[in-house]
Ligand binder design. Sequence first.
Ligand code: MLZ
Length: 265
Amino acid sequence: AKEQFSWDDYLKETESIAAPLHCFKQSRIPPTNDFKVGMKLEAHDPRNVTSVCIATIIGITGARLRLRLDGSDNKNDFWRLVDSSDIQPIGTCEKKGGMLQPPLGFQMNASSWPMFLLRTLNGAEMAPAAFFKKEPPKPAANCFKVGMKLEAIDRKNPYLICPATIGDVKGDEVFVTFDGWRGAFDYWCRCDSRDIFPVGWCSLTGDALQPPGNNVSITKSSAKIQSSPSKVTRRSMQSPQKSAPVPAQRGRKPGRGKPPGQSTV
Ligand code: MLZ
């Protein structure tokens, strides 16, 4: 049987430490996910964040919901934690004096929106208010240090949560690097991002943590982190992956996602 990824072993092998819980804007114990597929709620449109829209729960994964905006296509699904401030019970928008908006890319004529809204809400199963959990408080400061390990959402494949390493720290931001993927999926984010989780998060929520990739990362930052490059190589040979190696530059926007002075060798 294929050996399962173990953080305990991996932290030892890489001689690294897990980022402490208080670094993250996540609850110490992941919130329970009581939602059910098919329920509707209000969500901020990720592509037009000032708009509050109706969304349907398409899937449940750990403490997250896979959401699709009503009137949108099936190509723009997004994932939100059950304690995200981006989601709220149906009726919240109206209570606050707001108006529900059609999603960006509403598939019908704009004039048909009021009728579409009536129909989509008619007989809908609305997610109960008690299922929405309070957003955890912000960390007091950016406590992350280069080399610390964490679990992070792969923003190019947002259903995936993967082992990652802090590659750089600048002000309130951190550079999240994905172990074994040669920088192809790395990104900068705020230290209070909801996309990063402490080591052990997935095992608590029941999410499937992806194993690290098998591509040896040779960036200046990782050279700084990895005290022994031979260990990285050994690790990558121990965990063969089915997926093809990812070219280092794949999908990277020029001038973005990489701190100045950091280069892939
Ligand atoms: N196998 C897919 C997904 C890779 C996910 C990496 N996550 C850090 C690919 O190669 O695109």
